[in-house]
Design a protein around this ligand. Structure first.
Ligand SMILES: Cc1cc2nc3c(=O)[nH]c(=O)nc-3n(C[C@H](O)[C@H](O)[C@H](O)COP(=O)(O)O)c2cc1C
Length: 324
């Protein structure tokens, strides 16, 4: 048995389970493990320091899997933006056929990817942005609810509303993101009108995820309340694992702090150290409310197979029995 959807058909994978881009986490070993498990993984382009390093990472992933995988290109407002066009060129020239874009104004990227035969899945957090991306010509939408790790946008609409609201309007295949971690979530997403799920936090907490064991154990220990929303006052909200630093940032924002006042606390390099040394209080790191549903550290193969097998059982068993 298998769960076949327009999304699995579009990207050519066995299971409707996706691992979205994750800064410092979305590296070859995780992405290949997801691909080998029959899902779709995305290498995170900007985790690589240069476009050439990204080329090398794509090659490394190819050595670990012969299944399809993609690359995430996150477009964030920055004072000194990374050389996006060069990263894009590296993706195209490496022969990658699936890209997850996220962030603002992806038109230039979408145009170039489409001109080069790349399938574009655009991740966004509102129906209006989904429709705008659809008009730009993307092939699929990943709709990210308020529960999600990372950037949930400023509308605060959780998946239970956002997914069906988007499904009512979006015509291209759509996957649901934010708060998914198990078979119940997959079945719910399908019921709400999506054709698959995208997970971040759940894949962070797998054997192949290239982060320190302590961070994985912290995710297992954390419950669904263990996140903070930082940068709310700057209209650039980010959902992160609650720790000493996130508490300080929220407190400083309450007392009127500007970005400059928290810049040192939130530095990406500090977050990276968390993953490397396993000190969960060293910096800011992303995690979603789905932490409350994560109780173990399986391999990606175990995780994907468990989600799909149990989803099939829920659809054919529990749900079917309600219909008399
Ligand atoms: C550690 C971490 C880093 C992330 N970094 C990125 C990123 O660089 N670009 C991006 O588009 N999404 C990023 N995300 C968001 C995920 O791709 C995904 O949309 C989100 O995690 C879904 O919510 P969930 O964590 O509840 O599954 C990140 C998520 C996590 C957990």
């Amino acid at each position: 048995m298998a769960i076949k959807t327009r999304f699995t058909e579009l990207v050519g994978v066995e299971h409707p389970v996706v691992q979205g881009g994750m800064q410092w986490v979305g590296r070859a070993e995780l992405v290949a493990a997801v691909a080998n498990a029959g899902g779709l993984g995305f290498i995170t382009a900007l985790t690589q320091p240069t476009p050439d390093a990204l080329r090398a990472e794509i090659e490394r992933c190819r050595k670990l899997t012969d299944k399809p995988f993609g690359v995430n290109l996150t477009i964030l407002p920055a004072i000194n933006p990374p050389p996006y066009a060069e990263y894009r060129k590296a993706i195209i020239e490496s022969g990658v056929k699936i890209v997850e874009t996220a962030g603002n104004k992806p038109q230039e990227h979408v145009d170039d990817f489409k001109a080069n035969g790349v399938i574009v899945v655009h991740k966004c957090t509102s129906v209006r942005h989904a429709l705008s991306a659809e008009r730009m010509g993307v092939d699929a939408i990943s709709i990210d609810g308020f529960e999600c790790a990372g950037h949930p946008g400023e509308d605060d609409v959780p998946g239970l509303i956002l997914i069906p609201a988007a499904a009512d309007k979006v015509k291209v295949p759509m996957i649901a993101s934010g708060g998914f971690g198990d078979a119940r979530g997959l079945v719910a997403a399908l019921a709400l009108g999506a054709e698959g799920i995208n997970m971040g936090t759940r894949f962070m907490c797998t054997k192949e995820s290239p982060i320190h064991e302590n961070v994985k154990r912290q995710i297992v220990e954390n419950d669904e309340r263990a996140t903070d929303l930082i940068f709310r006052t700057m209209h650039n909200t980010s959902r992160v694992a609650r720790n000493d630093i996130s508490r300080q940032v929220v407190e400083l924002e309450r007392s009127g702090a500007k970005f400059e006042d928290v810049r040192e606390l939130v530095a990406g390099t500090r977050g990276r150290v968390v993953y490397e040394t396993g000190d969960p209080d060293h910096g800011i790191w992303s995690a979603g409310q789905v932490q409350g549903l994560i109780h173990d550290i399986p391999t990606c193969a175990e995780l994907v197979s468990r989600i799909v097998t149990e989803a099939e059982a829920i659809i054919k068993g529990r749900l079917a029995r309600f219909v008399v």
